[in-house]
Write a protein that binds this ligand. Structure first.
Ligand SMILES: C[S@@+](CC[C@H](N)C(=O)[O-])C[C@H]1O[C@@H](n2cnc3c(N)ncnc32)[C@H](O)[C@@H]1O
Length: 256
């Protein structure tokens, strides 16, 4: 059980839509959890790295009044439309089109001027960079985030992570399979914070999210790909039972 009190995400109760529009565990609860930890203030500029369809980006613009730039280099897996196009449409649905800008780029090649943003938010995205670009690419991405943040700016990272335990042997085959296998993607919290420090940040708070397992359970139940194939991620989570898979967060600051 959590001691975090959700206030803003509780009014969004259609979990099928939330998990259709977000991609990964946590949905809008994750966005609220991170936004509160990051201390988002209205009128400030936020960069969402790996914004996908922008559902969380729109939520933060609507509920916290931030100006948000979402960057995402990929197209969707269904129709091949750019993710940032979905974000544009979603910003109209949420009534926040004046607060949202989507750009089809990724870290580390953002081309933003240095010291442009008050906050950088990134959830369930950088672990993919770790797989495609290796640990050096992950560090490059963190350094780019550091570069585009203003002095004193806050970086909030939320990522699927594993607990600091060996992989249970019965789980091993389930997490070793696909292109972006969980074994390749997920790291422990301490490995992640070490790299964030290496990129220049000061860590303000880090931990495994108190509701990590609930978020994964919701994901298994509502994510459209999970609904299509219960032998894939839902089976992995069933075998895991909370022994290895978790979700970590890091709140970090760029020094003044
Ligand atoms: C699993 S989705 C996460 C979406 C959303 N943040 C969430 O938590 O629901 C990850 C997104 O990261 C994006 N991504 C992949 N490589 C990236 C990069 N180098 N820079 C920024 N985003 C990237 C993908 O396009 C994908 O839409």
């Amino acid at each position: 059980m959590t001691n975090f009190q959700y206030k803003k995400s509780t009014k969004y109760t259609d979990y099928d839509t939330i998990y259709e529009q977000c991609s990964g565990p946590g949905g809008l609860q994750l966005a609220e959890f991170m936004a509160e930890k990051m201390g988002l203030l209205p009128g400030k500029k936020l960069l969402d790295v790996g914004s996908n369809r922008g559902w969380q980006t729109c939520f933060m613009a609507k509920e916290y009044g931030v100006f948000a730039v979402g960057i995402d280099p990929w197209d969707d897996r269904m129709e091949g439309n750019p993710m940032v196009e979905h974000m544009r449409k979603n910003s109209r649905l949420w009534g926040v089109e004046d607060l949202i800008l989507g750009i089809k780029v990724g870290v580390p090649d953002t081309n933003f001027a240095s010291e442009s943003f008050d906050y950088v938010y990134s959830t369930t995205a950088l672990e993919m960079v770790r797989v495609s670009q290796g640990i050096e690419g992950y560090l490059e991405a963190l350094k780019e985030i550091y570069r585009v943040l203003k002095p004193g700016g806050i970086f909030g990272l939320g990522e699927p992570m594993h607990l600091d335990v060996p992989v249970p042997s019965d789980l091993e085959p389930y997490i070793s399979q696909d292109e972006y296998s969980w074994k390749e993607c997920f790291r422990s919290l301490s490995e992640t914070t070490k790299l964030i420090r290496e990129a220049g940040f000061e860590i303000i708070e880090d931990g495994y999210a108190p509701d990590a397992w609930q978020w994964w359970t919701d994901f298994a139940k509502h994510d459209p790909f999970c609904k299509q194939d219960s032998d894939d991620d839902p089976k992995t989570l069933e075998v895991d039972g909370g022994r290895w898979t978790s979700f970590g967060y890091v709140i970090a600051r760029k020094g003044e």
